[in-house]
Design a protein. Structure first.
Ligand code: PLP
Length: 407
């Protein structure tokens, strides 16, 4: 047979999935996986929220049919989702000037946002740039490239303090052409775990407004960062209160543990209901050609939980418990590092927030953790705190001390 595909080269494996593969193959009994981007309980097991299980029971009992959802997803889901993100910020929801469409989780929401921007936004630069913090979630780059938008960066992380390079960030945002598209992580920045303080968000908002930039918020961790949904939405709501019209992309992967259900939403805050309606109509045209309409099960779970007082209260409690477990592991890890004899300053582990900790471990130190200690993490030194448990934190601290003692 003549090959039609001889020119197709083997692509590189996904760095995170490659790490999981190596971890799975490792036969060492105390191996540790710090690569996973999903919550694990203190036994290292995946976790299904009680409010989700209860919602699923109710859905099963209701004997619902499996007809298609509308292109933009069910209204009870969209209304509840937008409210969770925006609450009463600047009265935008009450005034009917927000468009909300269900998305294939955060990834799909970013992609649809990208396609919309590529077609309709009046970019100030020829190559249609979106400015991303450096570093950022690695998938942001291919997502926007696939939409014909050029990913560019602004300063964000300061290696010396393992904290925010606020000055560099402000300088870079100030230098951009007016009206640039700027992506911001709403909370629990991935991969650094470094967020601006509320006061820094005020200054960022003032600058972005003054420069007329378009803020695109990726909100993949609402509730999961601090345990408080309102606190984690502070930046998004503050930007609205300042009269800005952000894009807000939500994900229910982390806060509700609905990773594989692929449920999220894209919200576009606009000036008036007519604009909201026009934007919704265009988003529907795009979605129709992409995947026709969204999956129904995850949206039904989210709507059931958010629209029921008891289940909603249970969700808040359960999200808080997940965030608390992660915070307590941050404290334990710092304590165990000191106990192991490390003289280095690890306080950033406690200052950082959310699923990840940007540890400051070098690529070589990470390599040693993998090969000598069977502890798996990405080569940029990012630790998934969800992989840390009371059973492995002491071992992890000893290993981290051993590979950094030379410094
Ligand atoms: N954005 C950020 C910053 C993330 O960390 C993630 C997941 O890791 C996502 C978006 C998208 O996740 P999902 O598509 O599961 O919602």
């Amino acid at each position: 047979r003549m090959s039609l595909w001889a020119h197709v080269q083997q692509g590189p494996p996904d760095p995170i999935l490659g790490l999981t593969e190596a971890y799975n193959k490792d036969t060492f009994p105390n191996k540790v996986n710090l690569g996973v981007g999903a919550y694990r309980d203190d036994e290292g097991k995946p976790h299904v929220l009680q409010c989700v299980t209860e919602a699923e029971k109710r859905l099963l009992d209701a004997h619902l049919n499996k007809e298609y959802a509308s292109i933009q997803g069910p209204k009870d889901f969209r209304d509840a989702s937008a409210k969770l993100a925006l609450a009463d910020a600047d009265n935008a929801l009450a005034e009917g000037r927000v468009t909300t469409v269900q998305s294939i989780s955060g990834t799909g929401g970013l992609r649809v946002a990208g396609i919309f921007l590529a077609q309709f936004y009046n970019f100030p630069n020829k190559d249609r740039a979106i400015y991303l913090p450096t570093p950022t979630w690695s998938n942001h780059l291919p997502i926007f490239r696939a939409c014909g938008i050029e990913p560019r960066t602004y300063s964000y992380y300061d290696k010396n303090t393992c904290g925010l390079d606020f000055k560099g960030m402000m300088q870079d945002l100030d230098k951009l052409e007016n009206g640039s598209v700027v992506l911001l992580h709403a909370c629990a920045q991935n991969p650094t775990g470094v967020d601006p303080t509320p006061e820094q968000w005020h200054e960022i908002a003032t600058l972005i407004k003054q420069k007329n930039h378009l803020p695109v918020f990726d909100m993949a961790y609402q509730g999961f960062a601090s345990g408080d949904y309102d606190k984690d939405a502070y930046a998004v709501r503050h930007f609205c209160e300042q009269g800005m019209l952000p894009f807000v992309i939500q994900s229910y992967s982390k806060n509700m543990g609905l990773y594989g259900e692929r449920v999220g939403a894209l919200n576009v805050v606009t000036t008036d209901p007519q604009q909201a309606s026009a934007i919704e109509s265009q988003l529907k045209i795009m979605i129709r050609a992409l995947y026709s309409n969204p999956p129904i099960h995850g949206a039904r779970i989210v709507a059931t939980v958010l629209n029921d007082n008891d289940l909603h209260a249970l969700l808040l409690k359960e999200t808080h418990a997940m965030a608390d477990r992660i915070t307590s592991m941050r404290t334990r890890l710092v304590e165990e590092l000191a106990k192991a004899g490390s003289k280095l300053d690890w306080s950033h582990i406690q200052r950082q927030i959310g699923m990840f900790c940007f540890s400051g471990l070098t690529e070589q130190e990470v390599q040693e953790l993998i090969s000598t200690y069977h502890i798996y993490l990405t080569k940029n030194g990012r630790i998934s705190m969800a992989g840390v448990s009371s059973g492995n934190v002491e071992y992890l601290a000893h290993a981290m001390h051993a590979v950094t003692a030379h410094r």
